[in-house]
Design a protein around this ligand. Structure first.
Ligand code: URA
Length: 443
């Protein structure tokens, strides 16, 4: 196989053979195919797309480029959950413990944040002592003992995705449905769970800006999962507005705890209960109604909060921070963002708000940036709320005064005020399963 011919074929809209795809992935992972040729192939895929069969073969080749996790030592059904990324998305820290409290095992690998999106591993590391790099034995032991473990991705899982994702990031080829589907699903297949729930975010803070595109991505991922013998489903959820009221690592852990105490904001609680119920449904815990009731009971009884604390303890963290989240600490400096005029918030550019949080120190501009775990934003008003000129819309937290001016301006730029009050936001748009797409009612 000549890489030149593979690039040419895809550039001209052809369909690659299984062998061509596998050799390209293997050759690139081994360092035999240079970045410039793989970049050209990625750009050709970006413009020409891939058939479902090509996408499935690419996913399989990427999944098998490194170790495949064997979770058979953990008893019962193993359920994984993946979010395509957003702002204020702390759902893993809520739905994982709920699923664990209902008898599932969650043995999950998560990512770090980059740019405007946050990552679960960073949020967890804001808990003093918390380790997110575990040996295989520690990973299995924590999953058995706490029912849930969340770590960073191990060194030799899907090395092809690591290299390809880094290349896509710098060659403007991230936003391609077959490339996103294969990237996410290769990691999910290699991570070894029996059931996979995908949370596909839609809107201004997400990769996918429209429900249509999100449904298309979800259908491809569900098909790949089911084809590989994993029970897979997806919910399409709203990322046109930050999830919950707190953005920033320790701030998000605190808000996750609040949801698990039954005191969380309605949007975050609603999305988490929908996700948790769907995970339980995939794991065969009953009808959708029963699963919803089980998820609610796990919160009401405090069992889910206990699971989160158990995971933190098993991974070396200070579990007192879960029972008393004020122990996570507070950034030394605060500033308020005030409404420039009277009106209603009709739109929040969620990506802009994520960037404002990053500018405060809560996120990474480059992979090497250092995080300030206590930095972030507390939203006092969100889309649909009426404001008076001078009223506080948000509180910013940082450790250096110099961070406030730029972040405050970026935050204000992300808001649209208008005279008319917008319709309430829909939280979950659709459910995608092997049976098809079900568009859901508002509420
Ligand atoms: N998340 C991933 O893991 N891969 C992508 O391509 C996009 C989002």
């Amino acid at each position: 196989m000549r890489m030149y011919d593979v690039i040419l074929k895809k550039r001209n809209g052809g369909t690659l053979t299984d062998e061509e795809i596998r050799e390209a992935v293997q050759g690139y992972t081994r360092g035999e195919i240079p970045d410039y040729q793989m970049s050209a192939l990625l750009m050709a895929v970006y413009f020409q797309g891939m058939t479902d069969h090509e996408t499935a073969v690419l996913t399989d080749a990427m999944a098998h480029s490194g170790d495949m996790m064997d979770l058979s030592e953990i008893p019962g059904i193993k359920v994984d959950k993946h979010s395509t990324g957003g702002v204020g998305d702390k759902t893993t820290l809520i739905v994982g413990p709920i699923a664990a409290a209902c008898g599932c095992h969650v043995a999950k690998m998560s990512g770090r944040g980059l740019g405007h999106t946050g990552g679960t591993v960073d949020k967890m590391e804001s808990i003093p002592g918390m380790r997110t790099e575990l040996t295989r034995e520690e990973f299995i032991r924590t999953a058995k003992e706490a029912g849930i473990t969340v770590t960073g991705q191990s060194g030799n899982l899907t090395p092809a995705d690591k290299k390809l994702y880094a290349l896509r990031d710098v060659t403007a080829t991230v936003e391609s449905i077959p490339l996103i589907a294969s990237s996410i699903m290769s990691k999910k297949l290699a991570a070894g769970s029996d059931c996979i729930l995908l949370d596909v975010k839609t809107g201004s803070g997400a990769f996918m800006k429209t429900v249509e595109d999100s449904v298309c991505l979800a259908q491809k991922m569900v098909a790949i999962g089911m084809h590989n013998g994993r029970k897979t489903a997806a919910l399409i959820t709203n990322m046109d507005i930050p999830l919950g009221n707190q953005i920033g690592n320790a701030l998000e852990v605190e808000e996750a705890v609040r949801v698990l105490r039954g005191e969380g904001p309605a949007d975050l609680t609603g999305v988490c209960l929908a996700l948790a119920s769907e995970m339980l449904y995939l794991a065969g815990k009953g009808s959708r109604e029963e699963c919803r009731r089980l998820a609610q009971e796990a919160v009401d009884s405090g069992a889910a909060l206990q699971r989160l604390a158990a995971m933190v303890r098993c991974q070396g963290g200070d579990e007192e921070c879960i029972f008393h989240p004020e122990k996570l600490g507070r950034a030394p400096l605060e500033a308020e963002v005030k409404a420039p005029a009277d009106g209603s918030i009709s739109k929040m550019d969620t990506e802009g708000i994520g960037l404002a949080a990053m500018m405060l120190g809560a996120g990474r501009e480059t992979k090497e940036s250092r995080l300030d775990y206590l930095a972030g934003i507390i939203l006092k008003k969100k889309t649909g709320d009426a404001v008076r000129a001078g009223e506080v819309i948000a509180e910013l937290r940082a450790s250096e005064e110099s961070r406030f001016a730029g972040a405050g301006a970026r935050f204000l730029e992300a808001l649209t005020l208008s005279d008319e009050k917008p319709d309430p936001e829909q939280l979950v748009y659709a459910r995608v399963t092997e049976e098809g797409v079900e568009y859901l009612e508002k509420g």
